[in-house]
Design a protein around this ligand. Structure first.
Ligand SMILES: Nc1ncnc2[nH]cnc12
Ligand SMILES: [Zn+2]
Length: 335
């Protein structure tokens, strides 16, 4: 099964570039940019990655991002992630970045996006990995800051396909950003949002109704509302689920208790993603393996995660068809 998962074609739809900052690169960038970090060794960094909820992770995640200063740093971060995609046979990826994490520290929007974009283009030409970029608003910041960020993004609309919403869910419901999302949609951006990760199921409905999102990031707490699950199935609304993240942040007590396989079998368009792999114990293959090791599941069901991700992706219908064919051929050969 391990070999089947390793070579299975994959599509990732929920990945924070800032969450791919491995301790080794953190040290290298800290040295290069003369930034003090509160760790003496890579082992010490990894030792600090023990979280009891989303906020305890976010505190460390924002601190880690302080080593990213120059355009080349954002290139190196993104390129290192794309090499992991190559290792895990990820054919297409749709990645988040949080501009406010950087602009709030005085780094220009251009420095961030130009470094990321250059790596994504190189990923397509040199590695054959296609990608889309999604700009997330930090929901713990105010509406004014989100509007300002949206304005900065307008000059780069050729590089950004959608806007999203991340950071602390509790206390910052989707309604807080209804007007920002309305403007983003008017400008031509697609929309997604983190909802129902730590926050309750009503956040999912609110994000669907007020923010007009194309897919829900996490959304695992939908199980608490039977009518909502039926709606997700009926309308094929995708959930970008992040199994290892959910265990690390104590959304579920164990992988055996995770609801992803149950949702899959009920017909929800669930997908497997790595969220912040440098912090949560691994990239796509590790997330697939963690699910499969905890839940008896056959190869057709495992491949369904890829078919769902293709369906939920923002690529055009010809590209979807191509990815479906590649995946079906693989399944036919190895089933
Ligand atoms: N899992 C997560 N939830 C909310 N915001 C995030 N930012 C990075 N990872 C996140
Ligand atoms: Zn996330």
């Amino acid at each position: 099964m391990k070999e089947f998962i390793q070579s299975l074609p994959k599509v990732e739809l929920h990945l924070h570039l800032e969450g791919t900052l491995e301790p080794e690169l953190m040290f290298e960038l800290a040295k290069r940019n003369h930034i003090d970090i509160p760790f003496n060794s890579i082992a010490e960094v990894r030792g600090a990655y023990s979280f009891h909820n989303l906020q305890s992770f976010l505190d460390i995640y924002f601190q880690g991002a302080n080593v990213l200063i120059n355009e080349q740093d954002f290139f190196d971060l993104t390129w290192a992630y794309l090499l992991r995609c190559q290792d895990d046979n990820v054919l297409h990826t749709e990645v988040f970045f949080d501009p406010q994490t950087h602009t709030e520290r005085g780094i220009s929007f251009e420095t961030v996006i130009n470094g990321i974009h250059r790596a994504l283009v190189q990923g397509t030409t040199e590695l054959g990995i296609s990608s889309k970029l999604i700009m997330c608003f930090l929901r713990h910041l105010d509406e004014e800051s989100a509007f300002k960020t949206l304005q900065q993004a307008q000059r780069h609309q050729d590089k950004i396909v959608a806007v999203g919403l991340d950071s602390s869910e509790i206390g910052h419901p989707p309604a807080k950003f209804e007007r920002v999302f309305k403007q983003a949609i008017n400008l031509g951006f697609l929309t997604v949002a983190h909802a129902g990760e730590e926050g309750e199921a009503s956040n999912i409905s609110e994000a669907l109704n007020l923010l007009k999102i194309s897919r829900i990031d996490h959304g695992v707490r939908c199980s608490e509302d039977e009518e909502l699950v039926k709606q997700l199935v009926r309308e094929r609304i995708p959930l970008t689920v992040c199994p290892l993240s959910n265990i690390k942040l104590k959304v579920f007590d164990s992988m055996e208790q995770h609801n992803i396989v149950d949702l899959l079998r009920r017909g929800v368009c669930v997908t497997i993603n790595s969220d912040d792999p440098a912090y949560f114990g691994g990239y796509m293959v590790n997330n697939f393996l963690a699910v499969v090791n905890a839940h008896p599941i056959n190869k057709a069901e495992i491949a369904q995660f890829t078919f769902n991700a293709i369906e939920a992706s923002f690529v055009n219908k010809h590209e979807k068809e191509r990815l479906r064919k590649v995946t079906q051929r693989y399944l036919n050969l190895y089933q």
